[in-house]
Design a protein around this ligand. Structure first.
Ligand code: 48H
Length: 270
């Protein structure tokens, strides 16, 4: 068969554009494709919710590829083992309750599992702002008086090159901030509309020093709504609610991602 260069181009542009058009009004938008965002995307998609993840980097996986200080191994605790088993990620029990994985296998398998479950991922696109409206996308007015109803997107290349190019928007019934340590969506909300987060002060409380045992527990407790329509998962949960960091143990990220999916699925079922 003779290959036609233009058909190759047409196939890519046609199919990618359809993917984006199909993602303009969705159930859940996830910001950030680290372990928490990917796990959330897997469970939400499995529940049949139309879920799309935006990742600003070329690669998906966030801080997981490099394991601990570039040693490409990740540690997981007992509680997170069922999630690894569900994805088919192989583990090696180093000592009772401490499971090692290859970080490369972990990232690629989480990503593959999430996509096969139905998650749509757009890489190389960053979230630079949010849409806030008086009523949410179901027409409900929240006690806070307004809800985040969508995301403002731009190409990472545009941002990097500091080009003055206006963004595009998508609408979602729920949004997950799984942007890691920076908790970028939470930061945007505070910057744009003030101290309105559902924390003690309304601000981001900030991540506390390393303490794996406490950090891994609080990250699941801190996985919740931070502003009407916006939920945190993964490291950003501890950044918003003031939990400790935990170093290269990743079970909390998967448990938090799963928890966010459960909370949102219950909310959207109402
Ligand atoms: C689009 C964005 C934007 C944006 C950021 O950092 P991550 O791996 O986050 P988690 O929470 O899934 O996992 C945290 C873990 O990797 C970690 O850092 C740990 C355990 N640290 C402990 C410690 O003590 O240091 O992934 C976040 C992703 C990245 O891929 C970013 O590129 C992406 O979010 N991202 N994508 N728009 N505005 N901001």
């Amino acid at each position: 068969m003779q290959l036609d260069d233009v058909i190759i181009t047409r196939a890519i542009v046609d199919s990618w554009s359809k993917d984006l058009l199909d993602s303009l009004e969705i159930d859940v938008a996830i910001v950030g494709g680290g372990p928490a965002g990917l796990t959330a995307g897997y469970y939400l998609s499995k529940k049949g919710l139309k879920t799309v993840l935006f990742e600003r980097n070329l690669s998906i996986g966030g801080g997981m590829w490099g394991g601990g200080m570039m040693y490409n191994k990740c540690v997981f605790q007992q509680e997170s083992k069922p999630i690894l088993d569900e994805f088919g990620i192989r583990t090696d029990e180093y000592q009772e309750g401490y499971f090692l994985t290859n970080s490369l296998e972990t990232v690629t398998t989480l990503c593959s599992g999430a996509i096969k479950a139905g998650l749509k991922i757009f890489n190389l696109i960053g979230v630079e702002d949010v849409m806030i409206r008086q009523e949410d996308n179901a027409g409900r007015r929240s006690a806070a008086g307004s809800s985040v109803t969508g995301l403002v997107l731009n190409w990472t290349a545009v941002t990097m090159a500091k080009l003055h190019i206006d963004p595009l928007t998508i609408r979602a019934k729920a949004i997950i901030d799984s942007t890691g340590h920076a908790a970028e969506v939470a930061g945007i909300i505070v910057r744009k509309i003030g101290k309105k987060l559902l924390t003690e002060t309304g601000e981001m409380l900030g991540e506390k020093p390393m303490w794996a045992d406490v950090g891994e527990r609080t990250i699941v407790e801190n996985t919740k709504e931070i502003y009407p329509g916006v939920f945190v998962a993964g490291m950003s949960a501890n950044a918003v609610f003031g939990g400790p960091r935990m170093g290269p143990i990743f079970g909390g990220m998967l448990l938090s991602g799963k928890r966010s999916a459960e909370i949102i699925a219950a909310r959207l079922a109402k």
